[in-house]
Structures are given as structure tokens and as C-alpha cells.
Design a protein around this ligand. Structure first.
Ligand SMILES: Cc1cc2nc3c(=O)[nH]c(=O)nc-3n(C[C@H](O)[C@H](O)[C@H](O)COP(=O)(O)OP(=O)(O)OC[C@H]3O[C@@H](n4cnc5c(N)ncnc54)[C@H](O)[C@@H]3O)c2cc1C
Length: 491
């Protein structure tokens, strides 16, 4: 097992794309198997040394940044055990990147549906954050595809959990470990929103126990092995960029595209993604063909059978024209290369925003709110009003098909920073009042504690801390993720 202590070498583990500063740890440990990991955790528990688990380091919330103790990097546990066409499953170690999993599936004509647009994320990281991505519109978030998890708790004991094997009820909330030891927990009492959500622990009466460990942000266990469900690779993907002169038209197009897709999934979209006028400004700097004067765009994909491109184009153009755009405002990918260019263009937005934030040097304020479908147009109008009044640089993009758009405020001074903070709180309160979530996919990490409290109240957050302490009594795993460590009241 490699252990690195040279601060110059390990300092990259004290960063992610949140721009959160001040991370520190004494060493980074690279276990190569579950046995080594178990020893590390047992020792850390005995000495009460905090342990932060690091995946690909692509979190936007500071969740893999350590504030004390040691870092456990999963990068050496990167074996793909098996990809089975028969059972349509992949069995992998947690340190496999999304990129390598997707490539390996591709070679077998299979498709891993749920992934963040950032392919350098580790599969373990995506499970720990319940990540989703553009194609979650059709296929749902990571949670839906997790069939089995092998994990190690902070005590060094193991937990092997298959979906459907154990139910957790309020009456009998017991986590039974592989060695037979039982941990009694108390299930939090909050009600989760009806939207997709990665905000705090999944908790409801009668839930599958495996769901507690998906989206736990490295606070309950270290995930070592994962079994995931796969689908057959689509024969062909029809993809389109549609540019609108008025942003409201782009929102209404997205609303109709979603309704059509839900009514007939066979002919529905695979993804429906949004770019605000400012996001298009960023794209224009990279691609001169982006039409001048476009105030919003929607990128969407549909799985089709080869030869059905024209039929799909015809069907979608009718919808596009109902929302004041035309074939001249529409790019259609004519081959695989163009389709790939489109997805790369989509990916360029969050990357470019992160680059801009680094250049400006101030923290960005972003939201990850999703709201119920019937409140979608209302929240879009609220975002626009708030940003128009605020006058701070902003960019919006994301998974509009799931009523989930990332808003990003890019302050350039201390005064703008303070105002951005207030504006984001106003957006969060609005989203929550509509029955939405404060985090649809990125998690809470270390930067969004306040938002979680707005959603579940201080009592809900306290209940999460109590649950964590029951499973990690030494209070070493993922400290300050989801809630501040002080709530644990550990010695
Ligand atoms: C350009 C860009 C685009 C993005 N787009 C999306 C998107 O579309 N959808 C989306 O959901 N996210 C997106 N993200 C965010 C990010 O990619 C996801 O949150 C991803 O799941 C993080 O995975 P990671 O391996 O990088 O985890 P890390 O950042 O290393 O860690 C994230 C959390 O998971 C925990 N963790 C990691 N591995 C384990 C393990 N084996 N066991 C237990 N806990 C573990 C860590 O402790 C930490 O709490 C994007 C990020 C970037 C930079």
C-alpha cells in the first residue's frame, strides 16, 4: 500500500471544483484491496483520526476536501470485475472511472445510463453522491441502477448489501453486518421531496437498506465494490440543438418536450438540456456558429433505430415550430462525430464556468434545485427576475427536462459576493416552498449545510447526524459532509 506525505505532492487532494480553500491532511493512503482498507479504518477509529474518502475529485461541493486527518484515495481499487451481457450488469471496484466503465460497456454493446457529464468521476463517487446527468431524464439517477454494494464501515467491519435483500422500517431499523453484529439506528422523520434529490440521507419507512448508503457522501461507509444494472446500447441517437430568440420560448419548448416524452417514452427524449443566453455567450467564444442573438437553447437526444432520423426530425420540427424556432435555428447531428461534438459542447459549459471562477478568484454561488413539474415555469421566471434585479454575472444550464437547472452566480467583488449569497438563499427558499430539493444531484458536501437546513429544518439535520453517529461511532468518516461535525457531539 502506498502512503504519500509530501505536502507538495498531495495538495491536489485538498481541492475539487468547489474552490473551497483551506483543506489539509497529514497523508494520502492508497489501499489496493478491501483488507488493507479495513485495517486503515480500524486504526483510524481507534485513534479517532478523521478519514476523507477521495474518488475522482470532481465534486462541486468540497465533499472530498479533508479538514484534518488522512485521505483515503480509491484510485488503486480500479478493477472492472465483470461486464455481463447475459445479466446486463457490471461488477466494478469503486475506483473505476465512469469513462472506463462506459468504454468497457460499449465494447460489449451495453450502455451504462446514469453518469455525470464529467467522465473522470469514479463510479464509487457517483454512488456516494447519487449522481445523475443528462440521460437521467430517461433512465433516472445512479440510485436506480445500483444492484449491490460491498462496503467497509469505520469499525473495519464489512457490509455486503444487495437490492431487495433488506428492508429498513421505523419500527425495526436495524443494519445487520456481515459478521452478524446488528446496529440499531433511528430513521429520520422528514419527508423527502417528490423530485429527484441528493440532499442528505435517503430515509423513509419500508425503504431498501441499500438506499441509505447511496448519496451518503462518504459519511457512513467506504464503498469498495459495486454491481450496476445496464441496458442495451442504443442502435442510434438522434441529437439536436435548437436556438430560441426568447428564453421563455426555450422553457416552453422544454416543457412540451418533457410532456410528450413522458406520454410516449418509445418516441421520447433521452435527454433535454438547457443553455441560457449567457451560457450561449460562453459557447460562442468556443464555436463561432452559435447564432448571434440567441437567448436560450435546448439540446436534446432521442434513441432511434437506424433509418428513422428523418421521421424523428419531422416529428421534432413540428414541436420546435410551435415555440417560435425553425429548422434554420436547429442543428441536427448527421453522424456519430457531430453527435459527439454536441455532447462535448454541452460538457464545455460547466467546465468553462469552473475556469472562469478560478480566474476571477471568488467563490461561485450555484444552485442544484429541482422542483415538481407543475412549478417549473414559475421557478424559471423567478430565476430570471432575481438575476435581472441582481445585476451579477450569471450562467444557467442543465437538466431542464427534469425541472433541474443549475444557476451560477459569478461575483467579482466582496460586495457582489455578499449579495450573491443572499440571492441564492432566496432561490433556495423559493424552490423548497414549491416542494423541491436543494440538491438534485451534486449533494450537500461542505458548502451547502445551510441549504439543507432550509429544506429539512434543524431537527431533520440533527436526525441525520444521530444516524451517522450510530453507524460511525468514532466519528471519523467524511466529517463536515452533509452537516457540520459539531452536531455529532463526539469527544
Ligand atoms: C464539469 C463537471 C460536470 C459535472 N456534471 C455533473 C452532472 O451532470 N451530474 C452530476 O450528478 N454531477 C456532476 N458533476 C459533479 C461530480 O462529477 C459528481 O458529483 C461525481 O459523482 C463525483 O464523483 P468523484 O468520483 O469525482 O467523487 P469525489 O469528488 O472524489 O467525491 C465526492 C464524494 O463522494 C465520496 N466518495 C468518493 N468515493 C467514495 C467511496 N468509494 N465510498 C464512499 N464515499 C466515496 C467522497 O468522500 C465525497 O464525499 C460534474 C462535475 C464537473 C467538474
Amino acid at each position: 500500500m502506498i502512503i504519500k506525505k509530501d505536502q507538495e505532492i498531495i495538495k491536489s487532494y485538498f481541492e475539487d471544483v468547489s474552490n473551497l480553500k483551506g483543506g489539509h491532511a497529514t497523508e494520502v493512503v492508497f489501499p489496493e484491496n478491501a483488507g488493507e482498507l479495513s485495517v486503515i479504518l480500524k486504526e483510524a477509529s481507534a485513534k479517532k483520526t478523521p478519514v476523507t474518502i477521495s474518488g475522482g475529485g470532481t465534486s462541486t461541493t468540497g465533499s472530498r476536501i479533508p479538514f484534518g486527518g488522512i485521505v483515503v484515495s480509491m484510485e488503486k481499487m480500479n478493477r472492472i470485475h465483470d461486464i455481463s451481457e447475459g445479466s446486463m450488469t457490471a461488477k466494478v471496484q469503486a475506483g473505476v472511472t465512469v469513462d472506463s466503465l462506459k468504454d468497457a460497456c460499449d465494447k460489449k454493446g451495453l450502455f451504462y445510463t446514469s453518469h455525470p457529464t464529467e467522465r473522470s468521476a469514479f463510479v464509487g463517487g457517483t454512488v456516494a453522491t447519487n449522481a445523475s446527468g443528462s440521460r437521467s431524464f430517461k433512465y433516472g439517477p445512479t440510485r436506480v441502477w445500483v444492484k449491490r454494494l460491498k462496503m467497509i464501515l469505520s469499525s473495519g467491519e464489512t457490509l455486503d448489501l444487495g437490492r431487495g435483500e433488506r428492508t429498513l422500517t421505523r419500527k425495526d431499523p436495524v443494519v445487520k453486518l456481515d459478521n452478524g453484529r446488528e446496529i440499531r439506528i433511528t430513521l429520520p422523520t422528514y419527508s423527502m421531496p417528490g423530485t429527484k434529490s441528493s440532499a442528505g440521507y435517503f430515509a423513509k419507512d419500508g425503504m431498501d437498506l441499500i438506499d441509505l448508503f447511496i448519496g451518503q457522501e462518504g459519511t457512513l461507509s467506504v464503498i469498495t465494490d459495486i454491481e450496476l444494472g445496464l441496458v442495451r446500447k442504443p442502435e442510434d441517437i438522434f441529437s439536436c440543438f435548437v436556438f430560441f430568440k426568447k428564453e421563455e420560448d426555450s422553457w416552453e419548448f422544454a416543457d412540451e418536450a418533457r410532456r410528450i416524452s413522458e406520454a410516449d417514452p418509445g418516441k421520447g427524449a433521452l435527454s433535454i438540456e438547457y443553455f441560457s443566453g449567457n451560457a450561449l455567450g460562453i459557447l460562442k467564444a468556443k464555436n463561432a456558429n452559435v447564432p448571434a442573438g440567441a437567448m436560450g437553447a435546448i439540446f436534446f437526444e432521442e434513441e432511434i433505430r437506424p433509418g428513422y432520423e428523418l421521421a424523428a426530425a419531422d416529428r421534432w420540427l413540428k414541436v420546435i415550430s410551435r415555440h417560435n424556432a425553425s429548422s434554420e435555428d436547429t442543428w441536427v447531428a448527421m453522424n456519430e462525430k457531430e453527435a459527439k461534438d454536441f455532447t462535448e459542447l454541452r460538457h464545455m459549459i460547466p467546465e468553462s464556468v469552473n475556469e472562469i471562477v478560478k480566474q476571477i478568484g471568488y467563490q461561485k454561488f450555484s444552485t442544484d434545485i429541482a422542483v415538481p413539474e407543475d412549478r417549473f415555469l414559475e421557478i424559471m421566471r423567478f430565476y430570471k427576475e432575481t438575476f435581472d434585479k441582481g445585476g451579477i454575472d450569471n450562467v444557467m444550464f442543465g437538466h431542464i427536462g427534469e425541472c433541474h437547472v443549475h444557476t451560477n452566480l459569478l461575483p467579482r467583488s466582496e460586495e457582489e459576493l455578499a449579495r450573491s449569497r443572499e440571492m441564492v438563499i432566496a432561490l433556495i427558499k423559493k424552490g423548497v416552498s414549491m416542494g423541491g430539493t436543494v440538491s438534485a444531484e451534486h449533494g450537500i458536501g461542505k458548502t451547502k449545510h445551510k441549504y439543507l437546513e432550509i429544506m429539512y429544518g434543524p431537527q431533520g439535520v440533527l436526525e441525520m447526524a444521530r444516524l451517522k453517529k450510530a453507524i460511525d461511532p468514532a466519528c471519523i468518516l467524511g466529517l463536515d459532509n452533509i452537516f457540520p461535525r459539531e452536531l455529532l457531539k463526539c469527544a
